[in-house]
Design a protein around this ligand. Structure first.
Ligand code: PGA
Length: 252
């Protein structure tokens, strides 16, 4: 059975001290009441080592939000996959639409990042999703397929086991506008079919596909109730422990 996952994406929020406070609060809440899903928090690089240590005996796994597309060397300001791994982090989020749009991360750059992340023992939460204009032109399937083909469908079946997909329609991120559960299910089922075409039905069945975009405690139960939605990648609602816990509880 594939994993159910609720993953936070803090984006560029929280100082080190604020991040430690939030992670500690979450750790205590989840120690008192065990979650029915895997819980991950994606944080800026500066939090990774401290939180990996703080959360090492907890149910919460730590993820980076990015890593470099080069192995090591003269790349001022960059953080390599090996460095991320050395902090104790287990995951890295790659392909987020904010990185594609604001930092010009192309499918080729993302392919290199995915390869380096996997080579260094990280699991990858790979984000895909269409813009509003693409949705209005009914291009969402073509966009998602192209993003998969561009950066992850070259992986071996063995490597694929370390990939989680996050479908995040750009028009729903941080806008308060969620895809309906039906809209999300339709494309999740399509994404799973694309995975099956490349890796076979069993691998597709074992792939976790998360929904992201204004997911909150109030809409999570309906979204997670759909057969092909295996959890969420949560931005805004991951910044407060009770809000994030409310989404984790959707799996109860
Ligand atoms: P949001 O962000 O939950 O704030 O819409 C989701 C994401 O970008 O991962």
């Amino acid at each position: 059975m594939r994993k159910k996952i609720v993953a936070g994406n803090w984006k560029m929020n929280k100082t080190l001290q604020e991040g430690v406070a939030l992670a500690t609060e979450l750790k205590n809440i989840l120690a008192a009441e065990k979650p029915n899903c895997e819980v991950i928090i994606g944080t800026p690089f500066i939090h990774l080592a401290t939180l990996s240590e703080l959360l090492k005996d907890s149910v919460i796994a730590v993820s980076a939000e990015n890593c470099a597309n080069k192995e090591s060397g003269a790349y001022t300001g960059e953080v390599s996959a090996a460095m991320v791994k050395s902090t104790g982090a287990e995951y890295v989020i790659l392909g987020h639409s904010e990185r594609r749009e604001y930092y010009h991360e192309t499918p080729e750059i993302l392919k290199d990042k995915v390869d380096l992340a996997l080579a260094n023992g990280l699991k990858v939460i790979f984000c895909i999703g269409e813009s509003l204009a693409e949705r209005e032109a009914n291009q969402q399937e073509a966009v998602c397929k192209a993003e998969l083909e561009g950066s992850v469908f070259h992986l071996s079946a063995e490597q694929w086991k370390n990939i989680v997909i996050a479908y995040e329609p750009i028009w729903a991120i941080g806008t308060g506008k969620t895809a309906t559960a039906e809209q999300a299910e339709e494309i999740h089922a399509y994404i799973r079919k694309c995975v099956a075409d490349v890796y076979g039905a069993q691998a597709a069945d074992e792939t976790s596909i998360l929904y992201g975009g204004s997911c909150k405690a109030s809409n999570a139960p309906e979204l997670f109730g759909k057969p092909d939605i295996d959890g969420g990648l949560i931005g805004g609602a991951s910044l407060k422990a009770p809000d994030f816990k409310g989404i984790i509880d959707a799996w109860k």
